[in-house]
Design a protein around this ligand. Structure first.
Ligand code: CO8
Length: 258
């Protein structure tokens, strides 16, 4: 598929994807969502970390495209919501970590896109918010679900009911992002973070993501049992032997993704 709204940059094991719709501050319309969906299905096997950012200096993603949504009826609204939710779930369950490098506005569907990523870092110019109720809708790309998990129910309710936008330093304070940087440092720091992940055993990183995602909604005993199984599976990998032998012989591990 040819992409009109995605800029992709692959460097070894790290793929950087910039969403690019400059006329609407990278707002997500259904064409962009379909491109994103296709892109996620075709990530190369060598890719070990995906970084998602917004093209340009002003915006990560300014939400779902309001002009596309304005005249939808109930079932069309539901269909549009389903498309976005499915793409974001694909990001959340992608077998590699996904870093959101939030370079500007992350509003509505933009905030929800960031929430679907594993890790969020931001420029100190970024702004986060769920302004949907001011448009007569609710966060419909799984924001009502994920924001509460990320920042707690009380703060999520305040953000969603008021629609207020928060600055990067407030997002850091409430745990919506892990770190903030000067705008010109953001992508370098995203790459540094990605490379720290790439240095580790790929299967172990993948299993850790599966565990954290799956266990979150389980009861404690089920979560612990799930982790235990996955822990055992690590010992069936060559990279476990490599990692531990390298430690014991004071060598640098050479992981094979096996
Ligand atoms: N959709 C469509 N166009 C947009 C969007 C958007 N979300 N955001 C910005 N644009 C467009 C503007 O209309 C404008 O276009 P034009 O130049 O043709 O007038 C252009 O981008 C530049 O925007 P501004 O001139 O407004 O730039 P400012 O710097 O003055 O303001 C803001 C930037 C604050 C980001 C402002 O554009 C804004 O408030 N945008 C809307 C933000 C918003 O409300 N986002 C939430 C949208 S709803 C949503 O995301 C729902 C997700 C769940 C979907 C569920 C499906 C059922």
């Amino acid at each position: 598929m040819e992409y009109n709204f995605l800029k992709i940059n692959q460097t070894d094991a790290v793929c950087t994807l910039a969403i690019s719709a400059p006329k609407s501050l990278n707002a997500l319309n259904s064409n962009i969502l379909k491109e994103l969906d296709d892109f996620l299905d075709h990530i190369t096997p060598e890719t070990r970390v995906l970084i998602i950012t917004g093209d340009g200096e002003k915006s990560f993603v300014a939400g779902a495209d309001i002009s596309e949504m304005a005249n939808l009826n109930e079932s069309e609204g539901e269909t549009f919501g389903k498309l976005g939710a499915a793409v974001f779930r694909k990001i959340e369950t992608l077998p590699i970590p996904v870093i959101a490098a939030v370079n500007g506005f992350a509003l509505g569907g933009g905030c929800e896109l960031a929430l679907a990523c594993d890790i969020r870092i931001a420029s100190n110019k970024a702004k986060f918010g769920q302004p949907e109720v001011g448009l007569g809708i609710i966060p419909g790309f799984s924001g009502t679900y994920r924001l509460a998990k990320m920042v707690g129910m009380g703060y999520a309710k305040e953000m969603i009911y008021t629609g207020k936008a928060i600055r990067a330093d407030e997002a850091l304070r409430v745990g919506l992002v892990n770190a903030i940087y000067e705008p010109e440092q953001l992508m370098e720091e995203a790459m540094n973070l990605a490379n720290r992940i790439v240095a580790n055993a790929p299967i172990a990183v993948r299993y850790a993501k599966v565990c954290i995602n799956e266990e979150y909604d389980l009861k404690a005993d089920d979560a612990i049992a799930f982790e235990n199984k996955m822990f055992g599976k690590c010992f069936a990998t060559q990279d476990q032997k490599e990692g531990m032998t390298a430690f014991l012989t004071k060598a640098a591990p050479k992981f094979q993704n096996k």
